[in-house]
Write a protein that binds this ligand. Structure first.
Ligand SMILES: [Zn+2]
Length: 89
């Protein structure tokens, strides 16, 4: 079975594939550390990164997430990924 390519690695340019818990770089055997968790912690909340969102993020586009505020009203926020010293923020 051929794996679906989610996008290109922002670090090394190889393809990104998905596994159960994250999106990872196909170049990991050569030491590329790119890894985008499907459940990413954002303060006390968890962002669910769907495949659609991962594709957008890997293209450098914004993805929209629903968040809860302290007053219990949901709000939406946009996130992008930013590479800082090879870690994904
Ligand atoms: Zn890579």
């Amino acid at each position: 079975m051929e794996k679906e390519k989610i996008g290109k690695c922002p670090i090394c340019g190889n393809f990104i594939y998905e596994n159960q818990k994250s999106y990872y770089c196909s170049n990991y055997k050569e030491g590329c550390k790119f890894n985008l968790w499907k459940d990413t912690k954002y303060f006390d909340q968890v962002l669910k990164i769907t495949k659609e969102k991962a594709k957008k993020l890997l293209k450098g586009e914004k993805a929209k997430f629903k968040l809860k505020s302290k007053t219990e009203n949901d709000y939406e926020a946009y996130f992008t990924i930013e590479m800082k010293r090879k870690y994904v923020n």
